[in-house]
Structures are given as C-alpha cells and as structure tokens.
Write a protein that binds this ligand. Structure first.
Ligand code: C5P
Length: 395
C-alpha cells in the first residue's frame, strides 16, 4: 500500500493508449491511492467515462462548463485535491496546449491550477513525437519542472516503429510509488558522471564508447526525487536534463575530471557511471587528417581515472563505481572495488543481450566491502531507485 493516502489526479488525453489508462487506475488503486479522472472530449472517443468511473469509484470530470460537475467538485478543488497530477496518455496536442499555458478545457486548466507536481506520459506517433515542435514543448515543460516519463520505443498502433509508446501502466504506477518514496537522500549532495566521453583525433573525428547515458540519467532523476541535491556531469548524450538536476556538459575525459574535481569537495556521494575512454590521442591534429596510406597509426595515452582520483581523496565522498564486464563479472568487480578503494561497486554483465549499453533495462550485482546484493533485471529507472536505496542503507 505504498500509495496509501495519496490523491492522484489522472488526466487522460485522446490517444489510442487511453485504453491502458483503465489498467493504470487499477494499478494505482491496488497500491492504495485515491484516484480521480479528468478526460478530454477526444479521450472519451477512445474509452468510455463509465469504465473509469467504475474503476476509480468517482465520477469522471470532463467538462469545464458543466454546472453540475463543477458544483460537485470544481476544477480548482480538483486541482487542489491532487498530490500528484499524472497525464497519461499525454498527446502532442495536450503537450502543446500545456506548453502554451492554455486553459480551454478541463484537463489543461487543472494542469495550470494545481500546485501538485505534474507528470506527463507522452503517447503519440513516432514522427509526431520526434517533431521539433513536440520536442521543444517537452523541453520547455521540463525546464518549468514538469516531469516527463517515457515514452517507450517500439511498434505503434499506427503500424510504425519508434519512440512514442506510452509507458506500461505498471511502470507508471511504480514510478508514482518512487515519487512518494521516503526521501532517503534528503539533505545529501550527490555528484555523478554519465554517458561516454569523446576523445578528439582531429577536428572532425573522435574515439568514444558505447553509452547512452540512460543509467546515469535515471540515477540522477531518481536521486533528485529521493531528496538529494544532484550535480550531473554528462558526456555527449541525447537525453533531457531530469527535473531539479544541475547538469554540466563535457566532451573529453580530462574535461569530465576537471568538472568533477571542481564540484567534489562538498559532495556526500559520488557515483561514476560514465563510460570514460581509457585512452586519448597523444597529439590531436589541428587540421583534418587526409586519407592516403592504407594503414595509419595513432599514438594513444592513458586518460586519468576519474573514479580512482576521487576515491584517493583524503576527504572523499561515499564513492560508487560501475563495472561493465563480459565475463567473470564478480571477480573483476571485486578486484576493482579493492584496487580503486571504492565504497561500493555496481557490476553489470554487458554480454547479455538487451542489458546494459544503450538498453532500457539492466541487472546489477552490487558489492561493498562487507556485503553484496543482486538486483535482478528491470527497467533502469526502477534499478536506479534500488541502487540508491542500497547506497543510503550502506553509507
Ligand atoms: O576500470 P574501469 O574503466 O572498468 O572502471 C569502471 C569504473 O570506473 C566506472 O565507474 C567508470 O565510470 C570509472 N572510470 C572513471 N574514469 C576512467 C575510467 C573509468 O571514472 N578513466
């Protein structure tokens, strides 16, 4: 009953994913939440309000200008009642109208009128999602503090494949739980690195690693939700900054080290999640190298180890490393824990398909000097919460 005594206002937009919202109501209710539903007129073309009324146990609100409904629970009361306002599915249209601050129907009016945190779960055709207008609107909403959960990628109702699927109801319900989870990291300052680094060869080429940054960004988002003050040093990745997180963008390992060392003094926790290039080019060419010979050689020099540098500080934060291995995972991870003098290491087996690099899910074996725990495969967001929970516990 992790959502006991929580009032969740669920906004349903007019998209095919609206049929999943019925299941979402159930998932929220079975966790103890009180759920009230607001629907747009077009949402009612996809799913009957009666279904949602039966599942939520409350009349569905849909009309801003209906005197009877307003008398029962007006839009301002509804907006005040909510502890969390979740809009799922959020169509491109709703997102655009929210971005513009429009109050032309009940759902977007509630979004303006509520002081509760607002969550958007986008659901639309992949082309619409990727359109610059939608991306701009989402970024703008996010910069104002709106939480964006998802979308997933995959096959769509329209027959296309790509990003734009609404997160599954169970996933959304779990994130709601996480949202209200105890603020285990309240008052803690947490610094983390995420994504790859890029080491220039010449002005147009570089060497780098496979890393989407998803795990690090999930950790940053989750840590902020758990009350931490988060600084995220990010290599080049294509991910939006999680709400409430201070982000410092870098390219190379040296820049990442510099940014970390500048921030590390006042930190309580440091998590090195970045896939840092182990070597950089000894002599970066000033002009583009022209191709001529059949083979060419590049001299490489070792990059500084950011994690080991932090772990060697006299007043170091609680220092957590990651180990991506393809074999003998536990052996190498334990060795790394000891050699780099870490407080904890999270190891993942990157030889397993669909896990780790660029994937949305992952599994971790977490090891610290006098204990260990397996965190089985799940989405990176849930996993991030579990790892941070362990850090709070062991620290
Ligand atoms: O030794 P290895 O690169 O496998 O260690 C991985 C861990 O060390 C990760 O936590 C990674 O972020 C960190 N690391 C680092 N700086 C480097 C190399 C790795 O912080 N130059």
């Amino acid at each position: 009953m992790s959502l006991k005594n929580k009032n969740i206002l669920l906004g349903i937009g007019g998209g095919i994913a609206a049929y999943k919202s019925a299941d979402l109501v159930r998932r929220l209710k079975e966790r103890g939440a009180q759920v009230r539903v607001v629907m747009t007129q077009s949402a009612m073309e996809f799913i009957a309000p009666l279904t949602l009324q039966a599942l939520s146990g409350h009349p569905v609100a849909s009309d801003l200008l209906d005197p009877a409904a307003e008398a029962a629970m007006g839009h301002i009361e509804l907006a005040r009642w909510a502890d969390l306002f979740v809009i799922a599915p959020a169509t491109a249209n709703i997102i655009a109208r929210m971005q513009a601050g429009m109050a032309d129907e009940l759902l977007t009016t509630c979004a303006l009128a509520t002081a509760a945190p607002v969550v958007i779960c986008p659901a639309m055709n992949q082309q619409m999602y990727q359109h610059a207008a939608t991306q701009h609107n989402l970024q703008s909403l996010q910069s104002r503090g709106t939480h964006i959960w998802g979308p997933d990628s995959g096959s769509q109702a329209c027959g296309e494949v790509g990003p734009g699927r609404m997160l599954e109801p169970l996933d959304i319900a779990k994130r709601c739980e996480g949202f209200f989870a105890e603020k285990l990291l309240a008052g803690q300052k947490l610094l983390l690195t995420a994504g790859p680094t890029r080491e220039a060869i010449d002005p147009v080429r570089y060497i780098s690693n496979h890393s989407s940054g998803k795990m690090g960004f999930a950790l940053a988002q989750k840590a902020a939700e758990m009350g931490a003050e988060v600084t995220l040093v990010a290599g080049p990745v294509n991910l939006p900054t999680p709400a409430g997180v201070r982000r410092i963008n870098v390219q190379s390992a040296q820049q990442m080290l510099d940014a970390v060392m500048q921030a590390v003094a006042e930190q309580d926790i440091f998590i090195a999640c970045a896939a840092v290039a182990d070597y950089r080019i000894a002599q970066v060419a000033e002009a583009k190298i022209k191709k001529s010979a059949e083979t060419m050689q590049l001299a490489l020099v070792r990059n500084p180890d950011i994690l080991a540098t932090v772990a060697a500080l006299q007043h170091k934060p609680f220092t957590v490393g990651f180990a991506a291995e393809t074999h003998d995972v536990e052996h190498y991870a334990t060795d790394k824990l000891q050699r780099k003098k870490l407080d904890m290491i999270a190891a993942n087996d990157v030889s397993i398909a669909g896990q780790g690099f660029n994937a949305d899910s992952n599994a971790l074996k977490v090891i610290w000097p006098n204990g260990s725990q397996d965190l089985p495969a799940t989405d990176k967001h849930t996993l991030a919460g579990q790892l941070l929970g362990l850090i709070a516990q062991v620290k």
